[in-house]
Design a binder for this molecule. Structure first.
Ligand code: TXA
Ligand code: MG
Length: 316
């Protein structure tokens, strides 16, 4: 299959309307989209990504009025969060309407919905005229793509089209909140901070018990966000061995000048750390590096999601 590269949202959308699968930018990471109401198109996403069939997808909308059609009913907590944060880096889980095919949410009675805060994504979704089911546009188990070149590296020849935009704004995925329970539960931390969510619904819970998380969000069972290089978490750059010629470092504090590394990224803020993390991990793999030392950050704001992804990437 030849993968078409385009900057035209209209061209990309026409491929979705014809049952194709198209990668597109959002403010978080690139997604791989198909018409959510066309089960065979959605099935092709699972094949292209080699995604386990029990891992449900997020449905993306370009227009809030679609939510009513996708949800069986919209819980008050979901309506409140949608009102405050859509469009934005938030995914809400609601009861699924029978009109949405089973394959989209891996047979679960619920559905994940989000509206990206991104001009090109919204133009594309509006041209599609149908809700678009889309996981991140990486091969399963690889870091999510934050630029179109990473999508091509993982999926060239396996998907119909890539809508080319710039590097994504946040660099980490959306925050996923289950609104089918009261109080709602954060199933995945992400680009929207838990503090911002609690400003609106103070009772929102963070799910830490692994059994409960597994039952509610099957995707969390699978290995995620892992580069080929070994990811080692460190408190600070003073923990890097002085001769680390086949290793890289990413963090907020700069290592001493005498530390020899193959690659280095010192972020000014935790936001910039998040923005660069996946791209940096991929770059380390391209260069065949063996170890990436990653500095840990405080678990607040987007730092919570950075730590979640670092922990997952460091599990072997
Ligand atoms: O920022 C994002 O969320 C990106 C962009 C493309 O929108 N998408 C993304 O999708 O990260 P994906 O498929 O890589 O991650 C979706 C997560 C998975 O952990 C999945 O298990 C969970 O959301 N999820 C989806 N539907 C669910 C449902 N009905 N119930 C519980 N968890 C669900
Ligand atoms: Mg993903």
């Amino acid at each position: 299959m030849k993968t078409i590269l385009t900057t035209s949202p209209a061209e990309a959308a026409s491929i979705v309307r014809d049952g194709g699968i198209v990668a597109f930018p959002t403010e978080t990471v690139y997604g791989l989209g198909a018409d959510a109401l066309n089960p065979s198109a959605v099935d092709r996403i699972f094949q292209a990504k080699q995604r386990p069939p029990d891992n449900p997808l997020i449905v993306h909308v370009g227009d809030l009025s679609m939510l009513g059609k996708l949800a069986d009913n919209v819980p008050i907590s979901a309506a409140t969060l949608v009102e405050k944060f859509f469009p934005g880096p938030l995914t809400v889980i609601v009861p699924r309407s029978p009109e949405v095919p089973d394959v989209v949410s891996a047979g679960l009675p619920t559905l994940a919905v989000r509206m990206p805060d991104h001009q090109l994504a919204l133009a594309f979704l509006r041209e599609c005229g149908t809700p678009v089911a889309a996981p991140s546009a990486n091969r399963s188990g690889r870091p999510s793509p934050t630029n179109w070149q990473s999508v091509v590296a993982d999926l060239d020849g396996r998907i119909d089209c890539v809508l080319q935009g710039t590097q994504t704004d946040h660099g980490l995925e959306s925050t996923v909140v289950d609104c089918t329970v009261d109080p709602p539960i954060v199933l995945r931390t992400g680009a929207l901070s838990v503090e911002s969510l609690r400003d609106v619904i103070p009772q929102i819970r963070l799910e830490n018990a692994p059994e409960e998380l597994l039952a509610r969000s099957p995707g969390t069972r699978h290995r995620h966000y892992a580069p080929d290089a070994k990811v080692v978490l460190i408190d600070g750059p003073d923990r890097i061995p002085p001769q680390s010629l086949n290793a890289a470092y990413i963090g907020l504090d700069a290592p001493d000048a005498e530390v020899k590394l193959a690659d280095l990224l010192v972020a000014r803020t935790v936001e910039q750390y998040a923005f660069e993390l996946y791209r940096f991990l991929r770059q380390c793999d391209e260069r065949g590096l063996e170890i990436v030392y990653c500095q840990t950050v405080r678990e607040e704001g987007i730092g919570r999601a950075v730590m979640d992804r670092l922990r997952r990437a460091s599990e072997s």
